[in-house]
Ligand binder design. Sequence first.
Ligand SMILES: Cc1cc2nc3c(=O)[nH]c(=O)nc-3n(C[C@H](O)[C@H](O)[C@H](O)COP(=O)(O)OP(=O)(O)OC[C@H]3O[C@@H](n4cnc5c(N)ncnc54)[C@H](O)[C@@H]3O)c2cc1C
Length: 190
Amino acid sequence: MTDVAVVGGGPAGLSAALFTQKNGLDTVVFDTDETWMHLAHLFNYLGIRSIGGEEFMAIARGQAEDRGATLNQGEEVTEVSKAGDGFEIVTEADTYDADYVVLATGRSRELAEDLSCELTEEGEIDVNVKMETSVENVYATGAMVRGEEMEAIISAGDGAAAALNILSKEKGEPFHDFDKPGDVPTLAED
Ligand SMILES: Cc1cc2nc3c(=O)[nH]c(=O)nc-3n(C[C@H](O)[C@H](O)[C@H](O)COP(=O)(O)OP(=O)(O)OC[C@H]3O[C@@H](n4cnc5c(N)ncnc54)[C@H](O)[C@@H]3O)c2cc1C
């Protein structure tokens, strides 16, 4: 049993995984590597003046892995369903259990629809500002909730919002992932 299953390893999914694994929740990311970042060059990701999409992805994957997240690259999720208090995640290779599911599959909404997540009038997956869907402990992020209004930094923010809500539920109080300059030596020792 893993704590968090993230379906999709673009900016949204990797951001969610970074936050949850960094703060003690076992997290597995499933990704088929068809992220649009392969086609992008970013000049509009605040804090980064210019970076190729491929380089961004390499850094993002390494960042999540540095913190201990498991990245199952090339493993497609074919089905997600409720199972007891959690969820069963079926891939081409195996079956997994998780307490929380973060959907970060870009424009693809099939898994969310299979879980009977409610839709907006525009046909997007309906979420609140914490990225919670109508199905408890299922989150939806990125393009599947935003129509054409998609940018990498927005997807990363969606993933972070989902992760913080999961962490708040697990810790039983509003959770902040705030680091300070004094935390840097600890990071270097990791
Ligand atoms: C030509 C082009 C230029 C762009 N330029 C910019 C730019 O300058 N600035 C900017 O901010 N944005 C840009 N973008 C948009 C940016 O790439 C997207 O906003 C961003 O990639 C969305 O991130 P995401 O994580 O929501 O989804 P994605 O990056 O699409 O990631 C979704 C991931 O989920 C995986 N996946 C899907 N279904 C499954 C499944 N069932 N099982 C496992 N994995 C699955 C996919 O393979 C993919 O890797 C550009 C896009 C394009 C096409």
